[in-house]
Design a protein around this ligand. Structure first.
Ligand code: ADP
Ligand code: MG
Length: 636
């Protein structure tokens, strides 16, 4: 099996090799691009005429892509580059491509004939050059003239000789990622800006500042790409201006966002941020002033380059220190921020190191990766902040709803208790009198009508019970407050309720642990617990059981009454204790209302856990007597 598979793999490999051998790549092997790595240069002095190509004498110095000189010597305004281009007859349409060079005014000559000239009236000197050349059977001399007003000039990369089509693809492709990245980041910021209308004003500050951060970074990337200046040459000065504006926009908005992440906790940073904002505004004005007047470059240079660079460096260090400090304190957002800023700082530092190690010929690109990571981390932080806000809002509204609920309940209770107190008193007396007379009449009546009298008395008793419930509710009668032994009380209750449970074919068990002394009124406590147990019994099906237990827990006496009855839905549990809430045909819906009142008066709490068709557990907690004293109102 294995050997068969081995043979198959070999066949596939052989096939791939064959395909590769026949592929266009191989077929075109003869017109592979040629990379010219060595050339000669000659500086152009500020007084020298640059109209004529200098003689190829001993005054030229050799140079190359390995160590290209780019810093202009004192008193120079550019350089001549002399290239020896090998035969180009292989290509239908040959061309030259320089991926990177510094220079503003470029001209290419074949021997002494001008082929192309490109001039810039703005000072962005990061440039590229592509030029079509003639086919030739022999090696030909080419000259590139580079003039500039900046401090550097020269080729930074080798010169590529290839078919013009291949070169023009490469010309675009190399800088395309920059354009895409910059444009997407800027677009992202614009989308975010539109979305900001939907935000709460509390979040708008962070959001808006992040939009500005993204927008300015997108603009920085776009306006630092040579391709932008080549394709939009007529807007060159504007693009350069945009670069600076983006920088002055980026710094304050970035600081503002960071300060929000720090929750404005570091006063020093807040003050520094305000200063920096002021300084950026000043720079912006200075920039416009310089752009309009074109005077005092030195002043502009000091304020906008030297001081600003120092400030940015200081601020970066400050942010790293503070965010790491806050991250150590366990703040997740600060951890994210530290990671983002540190990666950004590291990438920018690495870029700078490469730049200086390569004698200023390296083209910075690592910082773009850092920027993407930074924006990502800022975005995640913002999302986290917003979702945290949303969570807070949600829990707050839930709390409000609960509070409303309990307020309504209290209100209802109050009305009922007032009504109950007045009505119950008035009705109880006539009922008692009626009952007395009924008994009297019953004693005198014949055997046939006696059951009717009994029925009437029973119904009167039921009415009296309801009224007693109402009275208890209106004023839980805890006048005689004593220390109660909860175990003993529960034992008595067990004895009272076992027969009723047995009638329903159910088993009632009870056990207690430890000393359980609470303060309260024995008969009211019984009333409260009996109401609960009665409900349990009424909820039971065949083979029902009720388990009662009592024990101490965290300084409380805890009673648990569990049954395996029909259970309740969540909405039903929420309605427990509301007057007249009952699911029974003969229920009054007053039992639990009274129970709640009594337990409340004894400073206890009651909680229902119930699952439909599974059963219910009621948990009642009372403070232990040793640890509690009853409030005065109960003694009144
Ligand atoms: P009543 O018993 O007169 O209906 P209660 O206030 O005692 O009034 O109880 C209100 C409602 O709560 C009952 O009708 C019943 O639906 C529900 N209930 C209370 N305890 C239980 C329980 N242990 N199991 C199932 N339902 C219960
Ligand atoms: Mg009941």
């Amino acid at each position: 099996m294995n050997s068969i598979r081995g043979v198959t793999i070999w066949r596939i490999l052989a096939l791939v090799a064959l395909l590769l051998a026949c592929s266009p790549l191989r077929a075109n092997a003869k017109d592979q691009p040629v990379l010219i790595q060595d050339w000669q240069i000659k500086w152009i002095g500020s007084q020298d005429s640059a109209e004529r190509i200098p003689q190829l004498d001993g005054t030229w110095t050799p140079a190359g892509a390995a160590d290209p000189p780019s810093k202009l010597p004192e008193g120079s305004r550019g350089m001549w580059v002399h290239l020896r281009v090998p035969p180009t007859a292989l290509w239908q349409q040959p061309g030259l491509l320089v991926d990177r060079l510094y220079g503003l005014d470029l001209a290419v000559f074949r021997e002494d004939r001008l082929l192309i000239r490109s001039e810039r009236d703005f000072t962005f000197d990061l440039n590229k050059l592509i030029v079509q050349i003639e086919r030739s059977e022999k090696t030909t001399d080419y000259f590139i003239r580079i003039l500039t007003t900046s401090e550097r000039a020269g080729l930074v990369s080798g010169v590529r000789v290839d078919g013009l089509e291949a070169l023009s693809k490469r010309f675009v492709r190399q800088d395309l990622p920059d354009l895409l990245l910059g444009a997407s980041v800027a677009l992202l910021s614009l989308i975010m800006l539109v979305c900001s209308g939907y935000l709460h004003s509390r979040q708008r500050g962070s959001w808006f500042s992040l939009c500005l951060v993204a927008l300015s970074i997108g603009m920085l990337i776009l306006t630092y790409s040579p391709l932008t200046y080549i394709y939009f040459e007529e807007y060159g000065s504007l693009l350069l201006l945009l670069f600076d504006v983006a920088l002055f926009l980026l710094i304050p908005s970035f600081n503002f966002f960071i300060d929000q992440v720090f929750e404005e906790q570091y006063k020093f940073f807040t003050r520094y941020r305000r200063f920096q904002t002021g300084y950026s505004a000043f720079c912006l004005i200075a920039l416009f002033a310089y752009t309009i007047t074109d005077k005092h470059y030195e002043v502009y240079y000091v304020f906008l380059n030297v001081i600003l660079s120092a400030l940015i460096l200081l601020q970066l260090v400050l942010i790293i220190v503070l965010s790491v400090r806050k991250a150590i304190g366990g703040n997740r957002n600060a951890v994210l921020l530290s990671v983002g800023v540190v990666i950004f700082a590291a990438s920018a530092t690495a870029d700078l190191i490469f730049y200086y190690v390569s004698r200023k010929t390296y083209v910075l690109f690592l910082w773009k990766i850092g920027v993407v990571v930074l924006i990502l981390s800022l975005l995640i932080i913002l999302a986290r902040r917003i979702s945290a806000d949303y969570g807070k809002l949600l829990s707050y509204s839930k709390e409000l709803e609960l509070y409303n609920h309990s307020l309504q309940r209290t209100e209802k209770m109050k009305i009922i208790s007032d009504l109950a107190a007045s009505v119950a008193h008035e009705v109880r007396n006539p009922l008692q009198v009626t009952r007395g007379f009924l008994q009297l009449l019953s004693a005198r009546s014949d055997d046939r009508s006696r059951p009717y009298f009994d029925l009437a008395t029973n119904e009167l008793d039921r009415a009296a019970d309801i009224i007693t419930d109402f009275l208890t509710f209106a004023k839980p009668d805890l006048e005689q407050i004593v220390r109660l032994d909860l175990s003993a009380e529960l034992k008595k209750i067990e004895a009272m309720m076992t027969p009723l449970a047995a009638m329903h074919g159910a088993v009632l068990t009870f056990h207690s642990k430890g000393e359980l002394e609470v303060q309260g009124n024995s008969s009211k406590l019984k009333q409260a617990l009996i109401n609960i147990i009665k409900n349990s019994i009424e909820a039971l099906g065949p083979e029902g059981w009720i388990k009662i237990s009592a024990e101490t827990e965290d300084g409380d006496a805890v009673i648990r009454i569990a049954d395996n009855g029909e259970g309740m839905e969540e909405e039903e549990v929420a309605k427990l204790g509301i007057p007249f809430f009952s699911t029974k045909t003969k229920g009054t819906g007053l039992g639990l209302m009274v129970t709640f009142r009594i337990i409340e008066a004894m400073r206890g709490t009651i909680v229902f856990h119930s699952v439909k068709a599974k059963g219910t557990e009621v948990v009642i907690r009372f403070p232990l007597a040793a640890l509690s004293s009853l409030p005065n109102e109960l003694h009144a």
